[in-house]
Design a protein around this ligand. Structure first.
Ligand SMILES: NC(=O)c1ccc[n+]([C@@H]2O[C@H](COP(=O)([O-])OP(=O)(O)OC[C@H]3O[C@@H](n4cnc5c(N)ncnc54)[C@H](O)[C@@H]3O)[C@@H](O)[C@H]2O)c1
Length: 276
């Protein structure tokens, strides 16, 4: 018996990183998976986006669980495309029970030096894209009358200010407003809506030269080894970075019936960093 037997989970940004980990973890507990990703570089982002083989790798990792998986290219900025994929998922699986708007990007500059394009890309993907994803899935969830669980991926930046990424901080604060409003609107349908607030997670968003330079501006060519001590200072617990699976475990719990009366919650998965 899996904790998600008979359920179908839609996850954006599922080609790599946390989204891939979520797909594999939820499938291992019995959910069929709808995995979406844009699989392209975003011009204003200094690290690479997922590449065209990454969604296929997510599929390869899910298949041994025996669950179904539908992988599709979709840009969360494109509502029509999300609606199309949801329609295809409903044809194949019959219903959607779990939604995880996880796709996200970041870039860095002092607030007054951010370009319009940097600001817009982050808001369009992290906030508007999360809304688009929920909007695509919710009507079918209400109609199916099976309840459900939506878990947005916010961040510690959803509740705290950070230098040099005000657009990211604003987007992740916005996601919490979206989550709370939907929790109020959807409770009568037994659809729960929550958010996870991860701290630093070992994915391409963080393990890249631009992020290293932010933490070690004193070095010409900082490496991961150089930044680990700085990452460690962010957390209370003795760990520099979380693994994607740490976030997946929290998502699994929130998505399962074990959390059946949990809604409207912003849950830190942060090794205590919000207490610092
Ligand atoms: N890594 C961290 O330290 C950290 C901490 C807190 C929150 N987060 C959040 O976790 C989520 C997952 O990020 P990650 O750490 O796995 O990074 P990641 O860069 O490895 O993964 C992000 C995924 O989103 C996809 N994506 C980007 N733009 C998209 C678009 N327009 N449409 C569809 N897919 C798109 C990318 O192709 C990529 O596969 C993001 O929302 C991020 O903001 C990350």
């Amino acid at each position: 018996m899996g904790r998600l037997d008979g359920k179908v989970a839609l996850i954006t940004g599922a080609a790599r990183g946390q989204g891939r980990s979520h797909a594999v973890r939820l499938a291992a507990e019995g959910a069929d998976i709808v995995a979406l990703d844009v699989e392209q570089d975003i011009k204003t982002v200094a690290y690479h986006g997922a590449d065209s083989s990454d969604l296929a790798e997510t599929q390869r990792l899910v298949e041994p669980t025996g669950r179904g998986i539908l992988c599709r290219h979709a840009d969360v900025r494109d509502q029509n495309r999300l609606d199309e994929v949801v329609a295809e998922a409903l044809d194949r699986f019959g219903h959607i029970d779990i939604v995880c708007p996880n796709a996200g990007i970041t870039s860095y500059a002092p607030t007054w030096e951010l370009t319009d394009a940097q600001w817009q890309d982050v808001i369009d993907i992290n906030l508007t894209g999360a809304w688009h994803t929920a909007k695509a899935a919710i009507p079918s969830m209400i109609e199916a009358d099976r309840g459900g669980s939506i878990t947005f991926i916010s961040s510690g930046a959803g509740v705290k200010g950070f230098a040099n990424c005000a657009h990211y901080v604003a987007s992740k604060h916005g996601v919490l407003g979206l989550m709370r409003s939907l929790a109020v609107e959807l409770a009568k349908y037994s659809i729960r809506v929550n958010a996870l607030l991860p701290s630093t997670v070992r994915t391409d968003m963080v393990t890249n030269e631009m992020a290293y330079r932010r933490f070690r501006p004193d070095l010409d060519n900082p490496t991961l080894e150089d930044v680990l001590p700085a990452f460690r200072t962010v957390h209370l617990l003795p760990v520099p970075m979380l693994d994607p699976s740490d976030v997946s475990d929290a998502l699994l719990w929130l998505s399962s019936d074990e959390a059946r009366y949990i809604t409207g919650v912003a849950l830190p998965v942060d090794a205590g960093s919000l207490l610092k």
